[in-house]
Design a protein around this ligand. Structure first.
Ligand code: SAM
Ligand code: SF4
Length: 325
């Protein structure tokens, strides 16, 4: 096996799999209040179909998988999919991104199924604001999920914080302090424009966030296990770390190593471009593994060099929750 690389010689070894477009929250930056038009159940790949794609991709050199959504834990039997995926040879890492609301129930089962670690999305530490951002959900459920998952050994558990000026940027220091006092691994993510959810106010540049965090001490560069584009730092005496993900201000496309599989079976070469290659129909028509390999290779070959947000090219098709963010 020589591994996959795209037309710009970037090695591609990471597959993000969206297992559902359903979600039990309605985060304001991700979904409209009334939700989205849901995919019919019949259009959603079965776990066996997802496994077939993952196994073929693994044969081509994919060795890291992240399960995402929608909210992956609303899909029944998710630990079973984890159990199937961990059987794949050469798989270095299987992880999950979740809103954390159901994590307290599933953490132990996910761990024993073979999941290594989780990322939890949490944009505020204030219960009222949490309700407002998610349109009605409870912060204590997510906090409990985080604690249960850490105790179950799903580590390093990373907290994803989408920074929204005027909404939660007053909490940057509170989040950062958790890296010192509770050993949390926090990642501040720039709010990306996506379809109708284009932010009304500009994002806060990384340099400014860093300046604000200087009130807590000097940030030392460090590294954390993971497959993504975050740049990590540590405050003095902190067990946890602070990561920055800057898709808008400092894009990391030149190091992109990923493909995405949508819940309805499309391979998406780039989150921020709308091109997709259908695998569902070929899979249901009994495609051979050689043909499936060719479709995966075709998707890799179609990866664009970089996104074009700076030129105002914002994806307008599917919402973020459908392409597995
Ligand atoms: N439901 C799960 C969750 O919230 O973690 C997984 C799916 S969610 C689409 C994946 C990630 O995308 C979350 O961390 C969420 O905060 C992030 N996200 C959604 N919309 C975003 C946007 N417009 N800009 C930046 N991140 C976004
Ligand atoms: Fe659901 Fe995650 Fe989107 Fe929030 S960010 S609405 S939890 S899919």
């Amino acid at each position: 096996m020589t591994g996959l690389s795209d037309s710009f010689q970037r090695p591609i070894d990471y597959l993000r799999i969206s297992v559902t477009d359903r979600c039990n929250l309605r985060c304001r930056y991700c979904m409209p209040a009334e939700g989205i038009r849901l995919m019919p159940h019949a259009d959603i790949l079965s776990y066996e179909e997802i496994y077939d794609v993952a196994a073929t991709a693994a044969g081509l050199g994919i060795n890291k998988i992240r399960i995402t959504g929608g909210e992956p834990l609303v899909r029944i039997g998710l630990p079973e999919l984890v159990r199937m995926l961990v059987q794949l040879d050469c798989m270095d890492d299987i992880s999950l991104t979740t809103n954390g609301t159901l994590l307290a129930y599933y953490a132990a089962e996910l761990k024993s199924a073979g999941l290594r670690r989780v990322n939890v999305s949490l944009d505020t530490l204030k219960p009222d604001k949490f309700k407002q951002i998610t349109r009605g959900s409870r912060l204590d459920e997510v906090q409990k999920g985080i604690e249960v998952a850490r105790s179950a050994g799903l580590n390093p558990l990373k907290i994803n914080v989408v920074v929204m000026p005027g909404v939660n940027d007053d909490e940057l220091l509170d989040f950062a302090a958790r890296t010192v006092h509770d050993g949390w691994h926090i990642r501040f993510i720039e709010h990306m424009p996506f379809g109708e959810n284009t932010p009304s106010s500009p994002f806060i540049p990384l340099t400014e966030i860093k300046q604000r965090l200087a009130a807590l001490g000097e940030l030392e560069p460090c590294s954390v296990r993971g497959n993504g584009p975050a740049k990590y730092f540590r405050l003095p005496q902190a067990k946890g770390t602070i990561g920055f993900i800057t898709p808008v201000s400092e894009h990391f496309c030149f190091h992109c190593n990923r493909l995405r599989l949508t819940a309805d079976g499309k391979l998406r070469p780039c989150l921020l471009s709308e091109e997709e290659i259908d695998l569902r129909q070929p899979l249901r028509n009994g495609i051979s593994s050689t043909e499936l390999k060719s479709l995966i290779e075709k998707a890799v070959a179609r990866k664009p060099l970089r996104h074009r947000l700076a030129d105002g090219r914002v994806p307008q098709g599917r919402p973020f929750s459908q392409v597995g963010g």
